[in-house]
Design a protein around this ligand. Structure first.
Ligand code: SF4
Ligand code: SF4
Length: 296
């Protein structure tokens, strides 16, 4: 695969014996033997390789609605798999046991793409439509997603990506031919929340959503956290942006508005008031046709 990165930065790093990871907005510059911020990619012999290829920590036959996807094969199931590592550092991560780790958890098991596809096919009789790459951030090992999803497509089944949307456009383009549907987090519409609270990048996420919506069925999720992103004003901005994207992409983009519960490092505030979630749903519905509430 050839991937373009910031060529000046890449050239300088290579000249200094380092390598630049092309996968996400961080573009980690790694010395030989060094691991990136996601703890799942490493400079080995001058090229960046995934450490978590096929290293699964979670495997479950879930309802499609649980991803959440409400307008993609409703009533069906999907074999959902997760690995470990993440390129964001959300202080409220409910999957932190597998996402915020510096090495593979001890319950990790290797499953090849071929074996995973066999499992997906075996579960067809129980309503399985394919594979969902979820739980931790799947794009940090896009190679495994591409290989397993490719087999799934060849076998006539579907692929779903549940992602924070922080991968680069180059990596997204690698994956799009294999992805039928996505749930993408739009965690806030404030650049400073992405930068300071999540250690992410809002523009990367907006670009990711925009390109994805042109090629796949896309639903978005916003987790409403008290004191962070819980104003009607911000929800108006989010829903107006989605509405414009719907017009450009020529399709509906459902929005899931979810309730926060104290988790991981973010235990200094209460769960989101369900009444607020319903109010923000009504605000979003001023612009959008499909708005769903979650965890209420
Ligand atoms: S995928 Fe990991 S190693 Fe690569 S740029 Fe992102 S955080 Fe860094
Ligand atoms: S993006 Fe998801 S998996 Fe990653 S840290 Fe945030 S909540 Fe956890």
């Amino acid at each position: 695969m050839s991937v373009n990165t910031d060529s000046g930065r890449e050239g300088k790093a290579e000249a200094e014996g380092r390598a630049v990871c092309p996968v996400c907005f961080r573009h980690c510059v790694l010395n030989e033997g060094q691991t990136g911020a996601c703890h799942a990619r490493k400079n080995e012999g001058g090229s960046i390789k995934p450490l978590n290829y096929g290293m699964l920590t979670s495997l479950a036959l879930d309802p499609v609605e649980k991803k959440p996807l409400r307008r993609f094969f409703p009533g069906k199931k999907i074999l959902s798999v997760g690995s470990y590592g993440c390129n964001l550092q959300c202080p409220f991560c409910q999957n932190h046991e597998i996402a915020a780790v510096s090495e593979a958890p001890e319950f990790t098991e290797f499953v090849s793409p071929e074996r995973l596809f066999e499992l997906a096919r075996a579960y067809k009789s129980q309503g399985n439509i394919g594979l969902a790459f979820t739980y931790n951030e799947p794009t940090i090992c896009y190679e495994f997603v591409r290989d397993a999803a490719g087999l799934c497509h060849e076998g006539g089944m579907k692929n779903v990506l549940v992602t924070n949307g922080c991968a680069s456009q180059e990596i997204l383009r690698e994956l799009l031919p294999y992805v039928d549907a996505m749930n993408i987090d739009l965690k806030s519409f404030r650049p400073e929340i992405y930068r300071d609270f999540l250690h992410g990048n809002l523009d990367t996420v907006l670009d990711f959503i925009t390109l994805s919506a042109r090629h796949a069925h896309v639903e978005l999720t916003t987790l409403i956290i008290p004191g962070v992103n819980d104003t009607e004003e911000e929800m108006r901005e989010i829903s107006a942006w989605i509405h414009e994207l719907e017009a450009a992409a020529g399709k509906s983009i459902p929005l899931h508005i979810s309730r926060f519960f104290p988790r991981f490092h973010l235990t200094d505030r209460n769960a989101t008031d369900p009444g607020l979630i319903y109010r923000l749903r009504d605000v979003a519905k001023e612009k959008l046709s499909y708005v769903y509430t979650g965890n209420c």
